[in-house]
Design a protein around this ligand. Structure first.
Ligand code: ZN
Ligand code: FE
Length: 258
């Protein structure tokens, strides 16, 4: 889940935690968009000098809601060439997990950015999906992340190739199985044009076939999105065969019966 530091979310962590307790959740996690080496990289993440403020806000939520498990994480953009920066970030705080996400498929183009929708007009959907999965596969291979975020994000606006995408999924999942990185069930897709969880059911079935470990997330950017459609994500995971999910604490994983 996110915080106002990323400039496109509302509500403090302690308010998200209060909502989680109302819903009867036992555990939540924060994974706001991590800073870039340059603060002017884009306008939808915290600045580097706000990292300590972010950690303090999550710690405040923990203090205010001691009965709730509150994990401290980051959603880190995987961009080839930034490995040293990502390793630097990973050592700065006692993170419970790092989510590796691909948003940027090319210099300056985040595939999920509504203000850059016109970029899709210059490329065929399969080219965009191929570029995206090439980076996602590298993110899985890097070994720097505990979880891969919203794995089929390019479907967000409902722009889906007519070609068969299964070779893209297979290459990514083979890499993920090799390094053991988990893949999340992220319900934000239900709130977007694609109207479906990330990953799709087809993708999720392949995840299960590869023995991928899973987590669940709402990707909440507002208090009312905390835990959104969690039951749908759990139902999808069960339907495709999963019987366990994975919990992360200080970057160590535990399997829990689903
Ligand atoms: Zn966000
Ligand atoms: Fe993301």
């Amino acid at each position: 889940m996110h915080t106002p530091l990323c400039r496109h979310a509302t509500g403090e962590p302690t308010a998200y935690a209060a909502r989680a307790r109302e819903l009867g959740l036992a555990e939540i996690g924060f994974s706001d968009h991590s800073p870039m080496p340059r603060d002017d990289f884009d306008n939808w993440r915290m600045r580097f000098d706000q990292l300590a403020t972010y950690v303090a806000a999550v710690e405040e939520a923990r203090r205010n809601h001691p009965s709730l498990l509150i994990r401290l994480g980051l959603e880190v953009d995987y961009i080839p060439g930034q490995e040293a920066w990502i390793r630097h970030l990973s050592g700065l705080h006692p993170w419970d997990y790092l989510i590796g996400s691909v948003h940027y498929v090319a210099d300056g183009w985040a595939v999920d950015d509504p203000s850059q929708l016109s970029q899709w007009k210059h490329r065929r959907p399969i080219e965009v999906w191929t570029a995206y999965f090439k980076r996602l596969t590298a993110a899985a291979q890097s070994g720097m992340f505990d979880i891969i975020g919203h794995a089929d994000l390019p479907k967000k606006f409902g722009i889906v190739p007519t070609e068969d995408c299964s070779p893209l999924f297979e290459t990514f999942l083979t890499a993920a199985a090799e390094t053991g990185v988990a893949v999340e069930f992220n319900t934000a897709g239900l709130r977007k044009d694609c109207r479906e969880i990330y990953p799709s059911e087809t993708f999720a079935r392949r995840m299960h076939a590869h023995g991928i470990r899973i987590t669940f997330g709402s990707d909440a950017h507002a208090v009312e999105e905390v835990g959104a459609s969690l039951e749908d994500a759990v139902a999808l995971a069960r339907r495709v065969g999963f019987t366990q999910w994975t919990q992360f604490s200080k970057r160590q994983s535990t399997s829990i019966p689903l």
